[in-house]
Design a protein around this ligand. Structure first.
Ligand SMILES: [Zn+2]
Ligand SMILES: [Zn+2]
Length: 236
């Protein structure tokens, strides 16, 4: 299946969570290109504005009904997520310009982070001591000691002395289908999500199964985080 096909609303390359900050609220961009959305007959598509670090342009176009706007620019869904995740900070944190066209990692982390944030917050609430603040950090790139880049989203509890508990989820560019969770620096969970396994095996899954499997995947991940927080006497 094509990179940008919209076969279903399964999360392989799309996002069931609403994206109010990227969805065009009022002023859509009207172009004269055929819309890339599957089954859409509109010829009012504006080109996706995404340009990657190799100066390659995304070749999709989206009509007002199917486009996503970030800072007034039209994007496909993946690149809206990528741009929103990376923002304009990537020149300093990532070390080079926008991720490759086909790079799903920032988009995947952003989507999962949004999906599980309430549960992580609820979990951390149990470990929060009086006076501690809760902080969620948006998706950002981190270059590891091996030179590899990972995309991560973090949740922290901190007080005036600094961060005490740090939980993160991440996708490494070297293993872009694996989602991992860390407590502090320690990786406590690392699996390929079920919807990605289905995509790799070209399996169609009904929406109910998709939701159930996704939920189980998140529960396993949160359980691993919780168990580590419970067992460890060390600062995280
Ligand atoms: Zn369309
Ligand atoms: Zn695009």
């Amino acid at each position: 299946m094509g990179l940008f096909s919209r076969k279903s609303d399964s999360p392989q390359d799309s996002f069931s969570a609403p994206l109010p900050e990227t969805r065009a609220p009022s002023k859509p961009l009207v172009g004269d290109l055929p819309c890339s959305a599957k089954g859409c007959q509109n010829s009012t598509g504006a080109a996706c504005s995404y340009v990657d670090r190799r100066n390659r342009h995304c070749k999709t176009a989206w009509c007002p009904e199917h486009q996503f706007l970030v800072n007034g620019q039209c994007y496909c869904r993946r690149h809206a997520n990528t741009v929103d995740a990376v923002g304009n900070q990537e020149h300093t944190t990532y070390g080079f310009a926008m991720p490759d066209l086909a790079n799903r990692s920032p988009s995947l982390v952003r989507w999962v982070a949004n999906d599980i944030s309430d549960r992580v917050e609820k979990l951390l609430e149990r470990y929060r001591t009086p006076g501690e603040q809760y902080h969620r950090e948006r998706v950002h790139a981190v270059r590891g000691v091996d030179g590899g880049v990972r995309w991560e989203a973090t949740w922290q509890l901190f007080d005036h002395t600094g961060s005490r508990v740090r939980v993160s989820i991440e996708v490494r560019e070297a293993t872009p289908t694996t989602l991992s969770a860390r407590v502090g620096q320690l990786v406590v969970y690392s699996e390929v999500p079920p919807w990605i396994l289905h995509r790799e095996h070209a399996e169609d899954v009904d929406p109910d199964t998709d939701v159930r499997e996704r939920d189980m995947f998140y529960e396993m991940m949160l359980k691993a985080i919780d168990e580590h927080l419970t067992d460890s006497d060390e600062p995280y």
